[in-house]
Design a protein around this ligand. Sequence first.
Ligand SMILES: C[S@@+](CC[C@H](N)C(=O)[O-])C[C@H]1O[C@@H](n2cnc3c(N)ncnc32)[C@H](O)[C@@H]1O
Length: 239
Amino acid sequence: MRQTLIQNYRDKGHEKVEGWGVDRELIDLIMTLDRFQSTNQISGHLCEIGVHHGRTLILLALLSRERESVWGIDLFESAQLQNIDASGSGLEAAVRKNLQQHAPSIPVNLVACNSFHLSQQNRLAIQGSRLVHIDGGHFLEVVLHDLDLAQNILGSGGIIILDDYWHSGFPEVQEAAHRFFSTATTIKAVSFMTGKNKLFLVDVCYYNPLLAFLQNTLPSDRNKRVKLLGYEGLCYDPH
Ligand SMILES: C[S@@+](CC[C@H](N)C(=O)[O-])C[C@H]1O[C@@H](n2cnc3c(N)ncnc32)[C@H](O)[C@@H]1O
């Protein structure tokens, strides 16, 4: 049943959900990362900051396994005035409807708040996350904050995906990542891949095995070696 839902969402379903976070190639790539985690018995929560209508959150829900919880954090409609850079506009009713259609009966926690003001209770609830997609506010301070939050809640073997890393309309996303890695005193997750407009980070303890896994798994034109924020990484865009 779950495999059929994933296949349907991958093949066509995602195109019916307004949003930007994933296309078919990214779904395949995220499923590959998920396979690495399941092979290595890595488990934890799946979280997204910046949900819009749920295009990526639905994938996270579909990939969740027993005893893992799914979280979507967004300003949603009641706080859109705080969406300073107008990057999408979360609509909770649309997210619920889309989840119902594409990931029925999978529990998902929707948190309506500014990621700056995530409560201590919710922070505790998402401690030990294995997949975090950052796609909320796109200005410097909020991306710095969300990167720090993601690093803090990340569990063993966890992966962080930062969207819009190469988006020329949101240059502060990249600036935030560079600042974060040049100033942070403790860093749990380091870069291992870029491509499809995203930057990918993994718990440093799993950096070597993940890189080896991807080099053996990805097609040869999808794993060009690059130097990325101080680490050897892969470029997923074809070269
Ligand atoms: C680019 S959209 C997200 C797209 C979504 N990830 C997808 O897969 O289609 C950005 C979302 O972030 C939300 N947002 C903007 N600033 C935020 C903040 N400070 N805290 C939480 N959510 C925020 C917006 O309401 C909007 O829904």
